[in-house]
Design a binder for this molecule. Structure first.
Ligand code: FES
Length: 62
């Protein structure tokens, strides 16, 4: 599903970028171009980011 029509960015591309460490709208805009045209996608993208759990590489837990 396209989230950003202007830059043709799909939800899966956003998820990949978030997993790569781009966890805010400005960082996603810099890497994918998302939200840099009309801006209509910015609110939905922010809500989407908030639903994605932060995965840490902390291996100290049992
Ligand atoms: S829909 Fe994303 S900038 Fe227009």
């Amino acid at each position: 599903m396209y989230v950003c029509i202007c830059k043709q960015v799909t939800e899966s591309k956003i998820l990949e970028a978030v997993e790569a460490g781009h966890r805010d709208i400005d960082s996603l805009g810099a890497t994918l171009g998302l939200g840099t045209e009309c801006g209509t996608c910015r609110n939905f993208t922010s809500e989407l980011i908030a639903t994605i759990p932060v995965i840490t590489s902390d291996r100290s837990s049992p």
